[in-house]
Design a protein around this ligand. Structure first.
Ligand code: MRU
Length: 366
């Protein structure tokens, strides 16, 4: 399927002009199912229950969540309570706060009679901006892949390892980490992707593998612990991952296990790049390990695995003794010094305060 297709996106205004359609990602890869969000609370639940996930898509859904809230009641009180309910849906991806701040700053000064229409217009713009941003990330990341391809004397595929799903399913379209991969694939550069399964929710196995397969990008699934092994054996030319929150100094918070991949990459001199749209930068903080809130989800995600039985029913199977509990940290922080570069819509920067300030002048603070 052509990644450029207009219809290929994760969120869109429903034909009735009021509701918002999303892909229920909890059903993938087994079932492609579209769900209509009619209320702000449905949008908040879709984020919290991970029907939509991935930092940019969480932000886009929250923006439409505010529009849905304005359909219910355009008062200040409702705007504020919608802001709070949506913000509480998930803690780590800063795009959520970014989108909500953007929407509230726009709507608050407007008369209540103008808020509904303005909210829909801005939510749509946020989605379109995300598409443009991710496409630009793809163009900048493509240059990195091209350089590696040249360095390999155009021999064999460029082998890229990615973790979690930072693909088009995590954004409105294109993805962040996958945008350079899709652009390289379209440009005729042979690529092969090592897909980390990404326990416990298996975003790699279920989502990244699904979308790469739909676009005919060669890929191989590996268990999370195999990354170091394939790097040691020269089977990885480059790692590209996404991020849920990047500090102004370039620390990167992403799906649990990203840090271990960065350590293995450093030990094996494999370039480790992080692809991100600028709304993922939290300019208010500098120390990612100290200051980024790490989501903890239900321990049952760790003590059980989920799959489908031959009849197609979703089954959850326990893999531990009954008395064993699990700790489910959903994200970790990779310090800036382990990151080879940040691929943004403005270009590629060093993962540092200076690097980010050079790309986004005036944003960095101290
Ligand atoms: O828990 P998830 O599935 O929302 O986590 C998603 C990730 O960690 C992605 O890598 C990140 O949001 C970047 S998405 C372009």
């Amino acid at each position: 399927m052509d990644i450029d297709a207009d219809t290929l996106r994760t969120i869109w205004l429903a034909e009735d002009g009021g509701g918002v359609d999303i892909i229920d990602q909890t059903r993938l890869p087994f079932e492609y199912s579209v769900v209509r969000l009619e209320t702000m609370l449905e949008a908040a639940h879709a984020i919290a229950d991970m029907l939509v996930r991935g930092a940019p898509l969480i932000g886009a859904t929250a923006a439409y969540g505010i529009a849905l809230a304005m359909r219910e009641d355009t008062s200040d009180a409702h705007l504020d309570s919608a802001y709070r309910a949506l913000l509480d849906a998930r803690p780590t991806a800063v795009n959520l706060r970014w989108a909500l701040d953007d929407m509230r700053a726009l709507l608050r000064p407007l008369p209540t009679t103008k808020r509904l229409a303005a909210a829909y217009v801005r939510a749509r713009e946020i989605c379109e901006e995300d598409i443009a941003i991710c496409s630009a990330i793809g163009d900048h990341g493509l240059e990195i892949i091209e350089a590696i391809w040249e360095k390999k004397d155009r021999q064999g595929p460029v082998n890229i390892l990615t973790h979690c799903n930072a693909g088009w399913l995590a954004t409105v379209k294109w993805g962040t980490a996958t945008a350079p991969i899709y652009k390289a694939h379209q440009a005729g550069i042979p690529v092969h992707v090592w897909v980390d399964e990404t326990r416990p929710r298996n975003q790699g196995a279920g989502l990244t593998a699904w979308e790469l397969g739909r676009h005919n990008v060669p890929h191989t699934l590996i268990v999370d612990n195999a990354g170091g092994h394939v790097m040691q054996h020269g089977m990885v030319d480059l790692c590209i991952v996404g991020t849920d929150r990047t500090t102004r100094s370039g620390d990167v918070c992403n799906k649990i296990g990203t840090y271990l991949k960065a350590l293995a990459a450093r030990d094996n001199e494999v370039p480790f790049y992080v692809a991100l749209p600028s709304p993922t930068i939290d300019w208010t903080i500098s120390d990612g390990v100290r200051d980024i809130p790490i989501e903890r989800r239900d321990s049952a995600e760790v003590t059980h695995v989920i799959g489908r039985d031959p009849q197609g029913a979703v089954v959850q199977v326990r893999i531990t003794p009954d008395a064993t509990d699990g700790a489910n940290y959903a994200f970790d922080v990779t310090p800036a010094h382990l990151v080879s570069g940040l691929i943004t819509e403005k270009g590629v920067s060093e993962a540092s305060a200076q690097g980010l300030q050079a790309l986004f002048p005036g944003r960095g603070g101290s």
